[in-house]
Unconditional design. Structure first.
Lengths: 372, 73
């Protein structure tokens, strides 16, 4: 997302002054000097992001019901994803301290910068800038707030910006006709935390297709594959996801000026059905769609060689919930033959060609060896 | 007679007081836009795009240096 022009980013609309927040003195939240000779003097002691620190922020006195629990939400620090102390990748580490160093410098910096990142401005990750001239809004704007950070996978998939060599992609059915917003599924209960959980899929508030959709048992494919007592039970996305983005081989480092950067070797849209390597009550299916994540043995080599010596501790093709849903996909358009006997649509040895022994081993439980 | 005048005066005073209170409650915007000559106020600058533009052109914001990443994050 291109950054907003600096003057527009800071322009307060007159509409703001008709709102509850607009009736407060600017200094109540931001500090600074009320009347001054120039910008520097006016901004003395001014805090441009007073909503950081959540429970201790300026928002807390009125919005305590949300600020008090927000720290438990993964948006607060992306803890399990990239946090320096409990990121999932640490399970693959043989040199934990080296990986933690890389996480702290390159990965753990990705998190929201306060309530304002969703409720008044674009995320600071994108350079910030008011969305509605400082008017606060309860529901984040999908395009300007959520997709500001969730761009390479969610935005491309959901809005149909991806390209696949195997099929023509369209926007997710939830986006294209009615324009369902992110918050329609990712509810306020989830976003504002409360219960602690180790990964985004473990949240009790995580959305399920069945929250809205009742499975139509009169459809033959549903009877065969969509019911808990089906002989082969499939995750809904196995049939109804279009191709989605997969990335390979991300490396993190610092440049000559000591500034952190990353390089991802490649990425591309594809879809692979794999065996459900982590079957449990919340993911009871036999087959799932799997996305390649860009971890490699050498991801943290800048900080120390071969720090991910246990790359095989978790698959690198992982359980996925793509935002590319359509009723008819390349898995359904030709009936049973769309998948049955179609080796290309499953994750097979062919997909592991050229990978290291360790990465091949990582995906043993996901690979489909006998094509149904 | 005097009582009636006193009551009217009291009513007028109460109405004036209420209006003043109302203005006090809703008058922040006006208040925030006001500044003495030669001074700037928060709202005075941040509601005037041309002023912001000119100010930023005269004194650009410091550039935050970022390394160039490649590929998708």
């Amino acid at each position: 997302m291109p950054p907003v022009e600096a003057d527009l980013a800071a322009l307060v609309s007159l509409e703001f002054f008709d709102t509850t927040h607009g009736k407060m003195d600017c200094r109540d939240c931001h500090g600074g000097v009320k009347f001054a000779a120039n910008r520097t003097e006016a901004h003395e002691g001014m805090d441009p992001l007073p909503s950081a620190k959540y429970a201790e922020s300026v928002c807390a006195p009125c919005h305590d019901d949300m600020t008090s629990t927000f720290a438990t939400n993964m948006h607060a620090d992306t803890s399990a994803v990239s946090g320096a102390t409990d990121a999932l990748v640490l399970e693959r580490a043989t040199d934990v301290e080296t990986v933690k160093m890389g996480l702290a410098n390159n990965c753990a910096t990705c998190h929201v910068s306060g309530c304002g990142d969703c409720h008044v401005s674009r995320p600071q990750f994108n350079g910030g800038g008011f969305v509605r001239g400082h008017v606060f809004y309860a529901e984040p704007n999908s395009s300007l707030n959520c997709m500001g950070c969730h761009g390479s996978r969610i935005e491309k998939e959901y809005t149909g910006k991806g390209e696949s060599e195997k099929t023509t992609l369209t926007a997710d059915v939830h986006w294209s006709p009615g324009g369902m917003q992110c918050v329609d599924c990712h509810t306020v209960e989830w976003m504002h935390g409360g219960e602690e959980y180790a990964s985004r899929y473990e949240s009790p508030e995580a959305p399920q297709c069945t929250d809205c959709h009742e499975i139509d048992k009169s459809i033959e494919m549903h009877a065969e594959h969509a019911l808990p007592d089906s002989e082969v039970y499939l995750q809904c996305q196995v049939c109804h996801a279009q191709d989605y983005n997969n990335c390979s081989s991300c490396h993190v480092a610092k440049d000559a000026k000591d500034l952190p950067y990353y390089e991802t070797e490649s990425s591309g849209f594809d879809l692979n059905i794999g065996r459900n390597y982590a079957q449990d009550d919340s993911r009871p299916w036999d087959y799932i769609v799997v996305r390649h994540v860009p971890v490699a043995e050498s991801t943290f080599d800048f900080y120390g060689k071969d720090a991910l010596g246990k790359l095989d501790a978790l698959p690198t093709w992982k359980y996925a919930t793509p935002h590319s849903i359509q009723r008819v996909t390349r898995q359904t358009k030709d009936g049973c033959d769309s998948c049955h006997g179609n080796r290309d649509i499953f994750l097979t040895e062919d997909d592991l060609a050229g990978l290291s022994d360790l990465e091949r081993k990582a995906n043993t439980d996901v690979l489909v060896t006998d094509i149904p | 007679m005097n009582t009636r005048i006193a009551k009217r005066l009291l009513t007028v005073a109460l109405v004036a007081l209420a209006a003043a209170a109302l203005l006090g409650l809703t008058g922040c915007a006006t208040e925030q836009l006001k500044a003495e000559a030669g001074q700037v106020s928060c709202a005075g600058c941040h509601t005037d795009r041309e002023l912001l533009k000119a100010d930023l052109a005269a004194t650009p914001l410091p550039v935050v240096e970022k390394a160039e990443s490649s590929g998708e994050g």
